[in-house]
Design a protein around this ligand. Structure first.
Ligand code: PXP
Length: 239
């Protein structure tokens, strides 16, 4: 059974709508920890659109479980990671205009820059993971960089419009997982995983950890809305 990393970015997305304090992603992370999450993932984007520097400092201080910082190779973000020292850093490509991470890193093309960043992070005892598409060449390039982890991009599987395409993507994820493991790399997976499509990925033999965000935070809103309305109704009726 794979471990579960919960990505809390979208608690911060809601907070940033008002630029106030609620909902606090750190409080959310502690609830995830209490509920059995094995790690917390937060993406410090270059534009700080949701998670900010203060959040990651507080997460590092507050969590008992692993803190996995998702990040690009932007110099100020790398400097912040080296200062805060999360347990793990997952390197992702980042485009300012994107709504969410759109694809895996091109480790082959960017190997020189990635090598420097991986070395800086490893020097601070941060375990590095590379978010890549399920392709053998990208695994080989990751192996050359000596990273202990990769995270396979499950977006193409999650977004497949036909059962056939979904099956093809699932098979690819399975075979690339086995290939990476044969090279001694620990394999995680994530992106676009929902309540209806996660089980197949969780069943891939040797899958170490799944990183899931949007669907968990979306579920939480509806799981809590009934109580939230009842409490406000109670307060309103006290007048
Ligand atoms: N893994 C990586 C590398 C990601 O970029 C994201 C999105 O921030 C996730 C996992 C989580 O994706 P989702 O929010 O679709 O569950």
């Amino acid at each position: 059974m794979p471990l579960l990393g919960v990505n809390i970015d979208h608690i911060a997305t809601l907070r940033q709508q008002r630029r106030e304090f609620d909902p606090d992603p750190v409080k959310g992370a502690l609830i995830c920890q209490e509920a059995g999450a094995d790690s917390i993932v937060a993406h410090l984007r270059e534009d700080r659109r949701h998670i900010n520097d203060r959040d990651i400092i507080a997460l590092k201080k507050s969590l008992r479980i692993r803190f996995n910082l998702e990040m690009s190779v932007a110099p100020d973000v790398v400097a912040m990671a080296c200062k805060v020292r999360p347990d793990q850093a997952t390197l992702v490509p980042e485009r300012r205009q994107e709504l969410t991470t759109e694809g895996g890193l091109d480790v082959i093309r960017n190997s020189r820059q990635l090598k420097t960043v991986c070395a800086r992070l490893a020097d601070k005892n941060i375990k590095v993971s590379l978010f890549i598409d399920a392709e053998k060449d990208q695994v080989d390039a990751s192996k050359k960089l000596g990273v202990p982890f990769i995270e396979l991009h499950t977006g193409p599987y999650a977004e497949a419009l036909t059962a056939r395409k979904r099956e093809t993507e699932l098979k690819k994820l399975d075979s690339i997982t086995q290939y990476a493991r044969s090279l001694g790399i620990t394999v995680n997976a994530g992106h676009g995983l929902k309540y209806h499509n996660t089980v197949n990925i969780a069943r891939i033999p040797g899958m170490y950890e799944l990183n899931i965000g949007h669907s968990v935070i979306s579920y939480a809103i509806f799981a809590g809305l009934n109580n939230a309305v009842r409490e406000m109704k109670r307060l309103a009726s006290l007048s």
